[in-house]
Every structure is written in structure tokens, then in C-alpha cells.
Write a protein that binds this ligand. Structure first.
Ligand code: NAD
Ligand code: UDP
Length: 321
């Protein structure tokens, strides 16, 4: 009887925060995984646990340039996700989203691969509908400092659906809401990692604005389970589909929780609110529950404790000294 070969899976942005967890999960499941990254915000050390695995390869490549590989599936995660990093070189950010999407879709079309786009809750902008459903078209500033990311991701979604309609490429679009956990960079700049690193060092926690803006934080293990469930779902389920944890908290509430969990002596420092910072954000995950049987199960306190343990180890490692 013919032996079924393992799936060959390309993960772009595979050495980043989410990508490294995804690569680990796929390697464990026995797939042949190619991790592609230009190491802008990702690091080889995030996937060093996979280095000696026979079914793992690491490829330095910039997804702005075309690539030809024989693969069955593509997870397209390449793109800086933290506002600090995506605003560092905004032209490059939008090129990464748009040209990256064209390149992975072109590859998928050529080799008949299924391709999943890591889209974002940022496509809803500063939302006027709460919580956000997939049917909401969003409220996005097209010319602001966040636009390189938001509009890049919106254009990538358009490209995914046009390749699907025009070329019958099998697509999956996940709209990911704020996710946190181990393998975030010490200097990532997003709120959970900033607050934890500041708290562990007894430095003031930097709250932007009044701190009454809200986010809903999903632990990384839950998110990865959702991404894989979407990729493995029946062909007709294209999405877009929200993936996130609906438990909503203010930024001030998050700061208090982290000070509490770390037993820190940190104070609070107020800094200006960045332009176009969304006031509220919470996913409606009815579609994910119905179509994928998926919902996040990790409580914020439990996920934060695991993330605090990770950063504590990072701060004590010789590399960060
Ligand atoms: P990250 O910055 O840790 O990872 C992004 C990875 O992409 C990094 O390894 C980086 O080096 C790589 N990369 C950037 N530009 C590239 C390019 N031109 N070519 C090749 N590689 C490139 O961020 P993350 O949190 O792991 O996010 C991964 C994906 O998920 C991103 O597309 C992001 O937009 C999306 N997303 C993440 C979240 C979240 O909360 N983590 C929320 C919504 C969407
Ligand atoms: N934020 C903050 N202090 C920080 C980093 C972020 O108050 O040190 C706020 C930020 O203004 C936003 C929220 O926390 O309202 C989430 O920011 P993050 O950059 O993590 O992600 P976003 O959802 O804005 O992309």
C-alpha cells in the first residue's frame, strides 16, 4: 500500500513570535516544515529547538521577493506586528504585506498549495461596532501612522479573495486579535511584553493615554490551535474568521494585573496616546466556535504567569546581560 508522505508546509515569518510556535507545533505533528524569515523582528534562537529536527529547514529570504518552492500549504505570517517595528520603515511594511501576499499567492497558484493569511483585528481600525464581527467593514484612517500596517493587511485580504475568485487558489484568512506569550522579544514594544519587562525590573509601567482603552488578549497556544484548525478546515471555509480571546480588559487593568502577578514595586508613567490608537477591541468569535469548534481556553492570569516566567528567564540569561 502506498505510504502517504508528510505535508510540506511553508511558514513565512516563521522565526517570529507566532511563527516559531506554529513551526514547533507543525514539526511535532510530523509535517515537513520550511521556516522562511528575513530576521527583521524574528530570531534564529526562537526556532533553535527545531534546528536538529530532520523535518525542519530554516531559510533566510525576504518575502518581498518571489520564491519558488514545492509545498502543499503556506502560512503567511511575514510582517512586523508591533506598532514600534511596523512604523520603523512604513514603506517596507506595506511592501511586505502587499508584495508578500502577491508572492505567496503566486506560489500557491503555481504549485496548487492552500494558503493562509495572518490578517489582523487592525482591519477594523478604530471600530465603531463592538464587539467586532467579520461582517464589519471597519473604520480605518488610510493616511495615518498605522495605515502602512492596517491598509497593507486590508489590501492583502483583497488579494487573497481576488486570487481565490480569479484563479481558484484555496485560501484561508484569519483575523488575529492581540496575542501574547513566550518568544515575544524583550524589545517587541507591544503592551504585554513592555509591562512584564518593566514590572520585572521595577521600572515604571508606561501607560499611553488615560489607560481606559481596551484590548482582548489571547494566549499563544490557543491562537496556534485556532490557526491550524482553520488551515485544516473544509476547502469552502475561506474566512475571514476572527481568532482571539473575547475577555476584554483596559490597559490600566492589565498594568494592575501584571504588577500584582509579578509582586513588582513599579509605579505608573503616563505617556501620550499614539495617533489612531483604537479605543476598544474585542472579537466576536461566534464564527470560529461554529465552524472550527474553536475558542480560547487559557485564562488571562494563567497565560500571563507563563509569559512572566519566560521573560524572567530571558532577563537572567547571559545573552541579555
Ligand atoms: P513578529 O514581528 O514576532 O513576527 C513577524 C516575523 O516576520 C518576524 O520573524 C520577522 O522577521 C518576519 N518578517 C518581517 N518582514 C519580513 C519580510 N519582508 N520577509 C520575511 N520575513 C519577514 O510578529 P508576530 O506577533 O509573530 O506576528 C506574526 C503575524 O501575525 C504577522 O503577520 C502579524 O501581522 C500577525 N498578527 C499578529 C498578532 C499578534 O497579536 N501577535 C495580531 C494580529 C496579527
Ligand atoms: N500601550 C501602552 N503602553 C505600552 C505599549 C502599549 O499603554 O508600553 C497601549 C497602546 O497604546 C494600545 C494598547 O496598549 O492602546 C495595545 O498596544 P499594542 O502595541 O500591544 O497593540 P495594538 O493593539 O495597539 O496594536
Amino acid at each position: 500500500m502506498e505510504q502517504r508522505r508528510p505535508l510540506r508546509i511553508l511558514v513565512t515569518g516563521g522565526a517570529g513570535f507566532l511563527g516559531s510556535h506554529l513551526c514547533s507545533r507543525l514539526v511535532e505533528a510530523g509535517s515537513d516544515v520550511i521556516c522562511l524569515d528575513n530576521f527583521f523582528t524574528g530570531h534564529k534562537r526562537n526556532v533553535s529547538n527545531l534546528r536538529d529536527r530532520h523535518n525542519f529547514e530554516l531559510l533566510r529570504h525576504d518575502i518581498v521577493n518571489p520564491i519558488f518552492l514545492e509545498v502543499d500549504r503556506i502560512y503567511n505570517l511575514a510582517c512586523p506586528a508591533s506598532p514600534v517595528h511596523y512604523q520603523y520603515n512604513p514603506v517596507k511594511t506595506i511592501k511586505t504585506s502587499v508584495m508578500g501576499a502577491i508572492n505567496v499567492l503566486g506560489l500557491a497558484k503555481r504549485v496548487k498549495a492552500r494558503v493562509l493569511q495572518a490578517s489582523t483585528s487592525e482591519v477594523y481600525g478604530d471600530p465603531r461596532e463592538h464587539p467586532q464581527k467579520e461582517s464589519y467593514w471597519g473604520h480605518v484612517n488610510p493616511i495615518g501612522k498605522r495605515s502602512c500596517y492596517d491598509e497593507g493587511k486590508r489590501c492583502a485580504e483583497t488579494l487573497f479573495f481576488d486570487y481565490h475568485r480569479q484563479n481558484r487558489v484555496e485560501i484561508k484568512v484569519a483575523r488575529i486579535f492581540n496575542t501574547y506569550g513566550p518568544n515575544m522579544d524583550l524589545n517587541d514594544g507591544r503592551v504585554v511584553s513592555n509591562f512584564i519587562v518593566q514590572a520585572l525590573q521595577n521600572k515604571p509601567l508606561t501607560i499611553y493615554g488615560a489607560g481606559d482603552q481596551t484590548r482582548s488578549f489571547c494566549y499563544v497556544d490557543d491562537l496556534i490551535t485556532g490557526l491550524i484548525a482553520l488551515m485544516d478546515s473544509p476547502e469552502e471555509l475561506t474566512g475571514p474568521i476572527n481568532l482571539g480571546n473575547p475577555t476584554e480588559i483596559t490597559v490600566s487593568g492589565l498594568a494592575e494585573t501584571i504588577i500584582d502577578l509579578t509582586g513588582s514595586r513599579s509605579s505608573i508613567e503616563r505617556l501620550p496616546l499614539p495617533d489612531d490608537d483604537p479605543v476598544q477591541r474585542q472579537p466576536d468569535i461566534t464564527a470560529a466556535i461554529r465552524h472550527l469548534g474553536w475558542e480560547a481556553s487559557t485564562e488571562l492570569q494563567d497565560g500571563l504567569k507563563r509569559t512572566i516566567d519566560y521573560f524572567e528567564a530571558q532577563l537572567h540569561s547571559p545573552a541579555s546581560a
